[in-house]
Each structure stands twice: as C-alpha cells, then as structure tokens.
Write a protein that binds this ligand. Structure first.
Ligand code: GTR
Length: 428
C-alpha cells in the first residue's frame, strides 16, 4: 500500500519519464511515507530475541547487502604480507614515526597494491589506537611532508587538486591537509593510517579494468559481472581490511583498537568494511549519504536511481533493479549500521549537505537502536534530530554540523572524543 503511494507521488511529479528517472526532492514536507524492513525479523518471519540469535540474522543481512547492494566480496582472494618500504622516526619535527607500507592485493607484485601511510606518535608508552581511512586524491594530499610519494596511477581532476590529466602532481601536495589534522590526532594519542582509494581501483565506470576487480576476476578484463558480484565500494572495502591486516602486525599499533573512517563515498565504504570485518573496533561515516548511512527509502536528496546512474560502478548490478522501486529492496541502510553492532558507530552530517539527506542519516542510527538494545547498549537514544553542532547519542552517535559537505576539524574533534570514550583503556 505504502509502496503504491510512493510510486504514485513519483508518477505525479514526472508522468512521462516516471519509469526512467526519479526526480530529486529536497522538501521535507514532500517526503512520502515509507516502511522500513525490521532488522530484528528474519526473512522467515521469526523474530530475533537476543544477541545470540542476532548473529544469525547478521549473517542473513550481510548476504542480502551483498546480493542486492554492494555485491558479494569474493572468497579466497590472496592475502599477502605487507612490506615496510620506509621509516622515518623523526617525522613532523620529531612528533611522529612515519612509515610507508606496501600492501599487495593480488599474487602479482606489479599490483594493484596499496601504499599505506602511517603516522604513529613518538613516546607512546603502549600500543596506540589508530584511525584508518581512505583519502580521495593521494597520500601526498593529506600532508605537506615532502617525503610522501605521489600515487602512480589515475587520480581525479578535482578542482582543489590542480590535476588536469589524471596524473598526480606536486601541486596537490597538502591540498587535503585541512581534512586530515594529523598533528592533532597524534597529540591526542592516536595514530593515523591513510591510503589512496585509487590504488585499489580508479573511481570511474570501467576503472575495474585496471583495478583490483579486474586483476582477480575469473574472466580477467573481459569478465562479465554477475548481478551480485562486487562493485567498486566492495573492492575499496576489501582494501581497508588488507590495510588492517598490516596494522594488527605493527608493533606500535593496538590492532584491537582500529577505527575505520571515511567521508562521502569513502564513508559508504567504511560502513561496508566495518559491517563485513568485525576486527574494526569502531566505524565513522562522515556525510556518507545515499548508499551509506542515509535511508534509501526516504525520498530526499540523492536517490538510488540517481546514484546508480551517476556512479554505476559503485554497487552491484542487481542494485539497479531498485532504481524505480526502492521499496522492494530487501534491506535498508539502518541495517547496514546495525551490522556493526555492538561496536560503536558515529554518523555525521552537514547542514548544507542536503544531497546526503542529514535526517535520513540520523534516522538510520535511530532505527538501528533496537539492535544495540539487544546488547544492552545505548544507541542514539533521542526521539528526534538534534540541533546544529549538538552531538547526541551513546554507542551510536550523531551530529549535524553547520556548513557544507566536507570533513572538518570540528568533525575530527567529535570523533576523537568519541574514540576517547570507546577505544581508550582506563589506564591510558
Ligand atoms: C556525490 C555522490 C554522493 C557522494 C559524493 C562524494 O557526487 O552523489 O553519493 O558519494 O559524491 O563521494 O563525494
């Protein structure tokens, strides 16, 4: 019934092209009602009653997200040891030890591989908790440190990066430093490990030919993807787990306290990585929007149709089946958040980032609350969205910051405080 009303609203908006396009709505009063799937009901209709039956439901949901949204991550991919390429024990004026670590992703040394950039605070008395997150334009953009090499492959020509032909340039060195307050992170007692997502797979439709998915596909670069084979987000998420494989072996890192963080498309990736790999102790999704924390069924900002049209390579083929009937999706994004239970999750929005649907991001957390309650944990715990710059919640935490789509110092301060509460041991 609700599904019919939903479709009817779309048809009224766009009678001719209703089957092909879904108009963008950014008016709260026009959001039609919708019904979310219940994370605590098995497909069979049986209810989940406790944390131990949740683990079965968790498996079912993971399979559904694999089959219908991100594609399944192939099993049996090689996992090879990483190599520390360089160490500088006096980086950033002596504040940190900087390592560059090569993480192979396939059997071939020629690639694809990740060059992981790791900064650990000097003088720590014990192994430190670490933030692990992808950067958008190369490791050299997060710092002005001249020793950090440029990525070798494709980079996007984003306005700030000064790139015009998809090759990384020196001009972009430090261009993303404001989003990566490395000194502050180190001073607060954390390490930072960052990696360039294009090392795993370039971010364009067809990028898989020169990326991880093409390198491991049975059909090589002629491979024809099945509807539930992984998309680029799946490949990037897998890369985060391989970076974690290294971090758990680093003598300076406490591998039980690695938080995975991502902004925007890389926030979607962080959530999917955390859902699949329970070694991530905590997950942070900064303005992850559609296909991330925002509810798919809520018609506000970016839609399933729009994201599948703009970025067909991000998700699996079957996700496109829901372009015009999102209510048929067997899952919604509150269940992606819930897949991280009982681990802490921070979801953040920005007031002007209406495209990402701040309210839809908040509601995902709220509707994941019942799963956290199974573990006796406080979820986000409030009835409605908080005001601007007023973080709320417990094990599930949320803020909507003033300003635009970005990862800012304000966001990092909240994440550092959240990690202090959830990742630091009392003796530290
Ligand atoms: C937008 C896309 C969003 C978000 C963003 C980003 O164009 O529509 O879903 O992922 O890109 O990653 O920067």
């Amino acid at each position: 019934m609700l599904a019919l009303r939903f479709a009817a609203v779309f048809a009224a908006w766009c009678p001719v092209a209703a089957a092909q396009t879904i108009p963008i709505n950014e008016d709260e009063a026009s959001v039609p009602p919708y019904t979310l799937p219940d994370p605590l009901i098995f497909r069979s209709g049986r209810p989940v009653t406790n944390a131990s039956s949740w683990s079965w439901r968790r498996t079912e949901l993971l399979e559904q997200f694999g089959d219908h949204v991100y594609g399944r991550t192939p099993s049996g991919l090689p996992r090879r040891a990483a190599t520390v390429v360089s160490i500088d024990r006096q980086a950033l004026g002596g504040l940190a030890t900087r390592k560059i670590v090569r993480v192979p992703l396939t059997r071939k040394d020629s690639g694809p591989y990740i060059d992981l950039l790791v900064y650990l605070p000097n003088g720590a008395r014990r192994q430190v908790p670490v933030f692990l997150g992808y950067n958008f334009d190369g490791n050299h953009t997060v710092t002005t440190d001249p020793k950090v090499p440029l990525p070798r492959g494709w980079v996007a020509n984003r306005p700030k990066s000064g790139v015009t032909d998809h090759r990384a340039t020196e001009a972009a060195r430090g261009s993303a430093a404001e989003s990566w307050p490395i000194t502050r992170i180190l001073e607060r007692g954390y390490g930072l490990a960052t990696l360039y997502y294009g090392d795993v797979e370039p971010d364009y439709d067809g990028g898989w030919h020169v990326g991880l998915r093409g390198a491991v596909a049975r059909g090589g670069t002629n491979h024809v993807f099945a509807p539930n084979e992984w998309g680029a987000i799946g490949a990037w998420a897998w890369g985060l787990s391989r970076a974690l494989d290294y971090l758990v072996t680093d003598p300076g890192v406490d591998g039980r306290r690695v938080a995975v963080i991502g902004h925007s498309r890389l926030g979607k990736t962080a959530l999917w990585a955390g859902a699949q790999d329970e070694r991530f102790a905590l997950v942070i999704a900064n303005e992850s929007g559609e296909g991330g924390a925002a509810l798919a069924r809520r018609w506000f900002g970016e839609t399933v149709w729009r994201i599948n049209t703009s970025f067909p390579h991000w998700f699996c083929g079957r996700f496109k089946d829901y372009n015009n009937n999102v209510s048929e999706l067997p899952v919604d994004q509150h269940e992606l958040v819930a897949l991280n239970a009982p681990r802490p999750v921070y979801v953040a929005s920005a007031e002007e980032d209406r495209w990402a649907d701040p309210r839809g991001e908040f509601l995902s957390l709220k509707h994941a609350d019942p799963v956290y309650a199974l573990f006796g944990l406080p979820g986000v715990g409030v009835a409605d969205m908080p005001g601007i710059n007023e973080p709320v919640g417990g094990t599930l935490r949320y803020h909507v910051r003033s300003g635009k789509h970005d990862l800012t110092a304000y966001d990092w301060e909240q994440y550092l405080d959240f990690c202090d509460r959830h990742l630091k041991f009392p003796t530290q």
